[in-house]
Design a protein around this ligand. Structure first.
Ligand SMILES: Cc1ncc(COP(=O)(O)O)c(C=O)c1O
Length: 394
C-alpha cells in the first residue's frame, strides 16, 4: 500500500521508501506529485470541480482540446475520456462511423485496455478476452507484430495485414508504435509508415495507440511521427494527466466529421467527460512536457537507462535473454520465465525498487521510470537488479 509519492519515490504505509521504476504504470512520467500539476489542481479546486460535459463544457476542457488538436500535423478534433480504454473506444467508434466497416486489424501481443471495444482487440493475452468472447466484436483479426530483432517478422506481419485487408471489411488498423505491456517490443523503422500506407490504400483508419509511448516517453510527442507515419487517429492517456485520469482521442478532422454536427445531440459522452480537475492537471502536465529542460532530461535519463541495461545484458552470468529500450520505455527479458521475473520483482522490492513483469509470457521486467529519476537512483537500481538477478537463478 502506497501512502505518498513524489518524483521517482514512493512511500508505503509503513514509511518504507522505494524508487518507482514503473512511474505508476507510466502515468507519472514527469514524476509523482509534480509541483506544477499540484499548483494547477489547487487553483482549479478553488474555481470549479465539475461542469456540464459537452453541453456547457468547462473553459479548461475547451483549452485542453485545442492544445491537443494543435499537436497534430493535420486539422484535428478531440474526444476526451477518463482512461486509456475510453480513448480507444472513441477511436474504434470513429473508424466505424467513417468507414461503415466493422473489421479491425489488431496485433498479437498488443494491449489497449479492457473495456469491450478495446479488449476485443487485445492480443496480449487470450485469457482477457475468452470469458467475454461471445459478446465481443467478431470482426477483429490479429496479425503478428513486427519485431526489429526477429528476421523476417516485418514481411510476415505485413503479409498478414494484407490478407486481412483483402477481406474487405476492415475499417480500422489499431497499433502501438512500440508494444509496451506486450514486453517492450520495438518494430523495425518504417513499420508504422507501411501500415499507414496500407490502411490508406483501402480507406481504413489507422489508429495509433500512443497511450504508453506518446508525450515523449518514447521520443517525440507522438512516436508514430518519428517513424514517418501519419496516423488518422492517435490515442493518448497515462502521462497526459500527470497522475489524474484523463485520455484523448485525437482525430484527423476529415475522419472526425463522420460524427456529424457537433451541435446535435452527443452520441458519445459521459457525465465526467473532460472533468475540469483532470483537464487542469493535463494542461499543467503538458506545460512541463513541452519545456526544453524536460526534453533534455528525458533524453539524458533514457540514454543512461539504456547504457545501464546494456551493460547488465553483457554479463552472461545474469541470465538476461534480451534488453530492449526506446527512451524511457525498457524491457529486460529474463531467462527462467514468469516464475523468475516475479521472484526478481519481489527481491527488487526488498531492495527498495518497484518493477513490474510484462510481456506475453510474463518474463519481461518492464521499466517505465519517471524522467525525474536521478543518476544516483539509476545507479542504485542497476546495482539492485544485478544483485537480484544473481540471487534468483534461472
Ligand atoms: C498501449 C496501451 N493502450 C491502452 C491502455 C489502457 O489504458 P487504461 O489502463 O488507462 O485504460 C494501456 C494500459 O496499460 C496501454 O499500455
Amino acid at each position: 500500500m502506497w501512502s505518498s509519492a513524489r518524483g521517482a519515490n514512493v512511500a508505503d504505509a509503513d514509511g518504507n521508501i522505494y524508487v518507482d521504476m514503473t512511474a505508476g504504470f507510466g502515468a507519472a512520467l514527469i514524476g509523482h506529485t509534480h509541483p506544477h500539476v499540484v499548483a494547477a489542481l489547487r487553483a482549479q479546486c478553488g474555481r470549479m470541480l465539475h461542469a456540464l460535459g459537452d453541453v456547457y463544457p468547462s473553459d479548461v476542457k475547451v483549452a485542453l482540446e485545442a492544445r491537443l488538436a494543435q499537436m497534430a500535423p493535420w486539422p484535428a478534433r478531440v474526444i476526451l475520456g477518463l482512461s486509456g480504454a475510453d480513448a480507444i473506444e472513441a477511436a474504434l467508434k470513429t473508424a466505424v462511423l467513417h468507414t461503415k466497416r466493422p473489421g479491425v486489424i489488431a496485433f498479437e501481443g498488443g494491449y489497449h485496455g479492457l473495456s469491450y471495444g478495446a479488449v476485443a482487440a487485445c492480443g496480449y493475452k487470450r485469457a482477457f478476452r475468452a470469458p467475454f468472447a461471445r459478446q465481443l466484436n467478431a470482426h477483429v483479426r490479429f496479425a503478428p507484430y513486427a519485431d526489429a530483432s526477429v528476421d523476417g517478422s516485418l514481411a510476415c506481419s505485413l503479409d498478414a495485414v494484407d490478407r486481412a485487408l483483402a477481406l474487405g471489411d476492415v475499417g480500422a488498423v489499431l497499433v502501438e508504435p512500440v508494444q509496451g505491456r506486450g514486453g517492450v517490443v520495438v518494430p523495425p523503422s518504417g513499420y508504422l509508415a507501411a501500415l499507414s500506407e496500407r490502411a490508406r490504400r483501402v480507406g481504413a483508419v489507422l489508429i495509433v495507440d500512443e497511450i504508453y509511448t506518446g508525450l515523449r516517453r518514447a521520443g517525440g510527442l507522438w512516436r508514430a511521427l518519428d517513424d514517418g507515419c501519419v496516423p488518422d487517429v492517435v490515442c493518448l492517456g497515462k502521462a497526459l494527466g500527470g497522475g489524474l485520469p484523463v485520455s484523448a482521442c485525437v482525430m484527423r478532422d476529415e475522419v472526425a466529421r463522420a460524427w456529424g454536427d457537433p451541435d446535435g445531440e452527443a452520441i458519445h459522452t459521459s457525465t465526467f467527460l473532460g472533468n475540469p480537475l483532470a483537464c487542469a492537471a493535463a494542461m499543467a502536465s503538458l506545460d512541463v512536457l513541452d519545456a526544453p529542460e524536460t526534453r533534455s532530461v528525458i533524453d539524458a535519463t533514457g540514454a543512461a537507462l539504456a547504457d545501464a541495461l546494456d551493460a547488465l545484458a553483457r554479463d552472461g552470468a545474469l541470465g538476461i535473454v534480451r534488453v530492449t529500450h526506446v527512451g524511457l520505455l525498457a524491457g529486460v527479458t529474463v531467462a527462467g520465465g514468469v516464475a523468475r521475473s516475479l521472484a526478481v520483482m519481489r527481491t527488487m522490492l526488498e531492495l527498495g525498487y518497484v518493477v513490474l513483469p510484462g510481456g506475453v509470457a510474463g518474463d519481461v521486467l518492464t521499466l517505465t521510470p519517471p524522467c525525474t529519476l536521478t543518476a544516483a537512483q539509476l545507479v542504485g537500481f542497476a546495482q539492485a537488479l544485478d544483485a537480484s538477478l544473481r540471487a534468483v537463478r534461472p
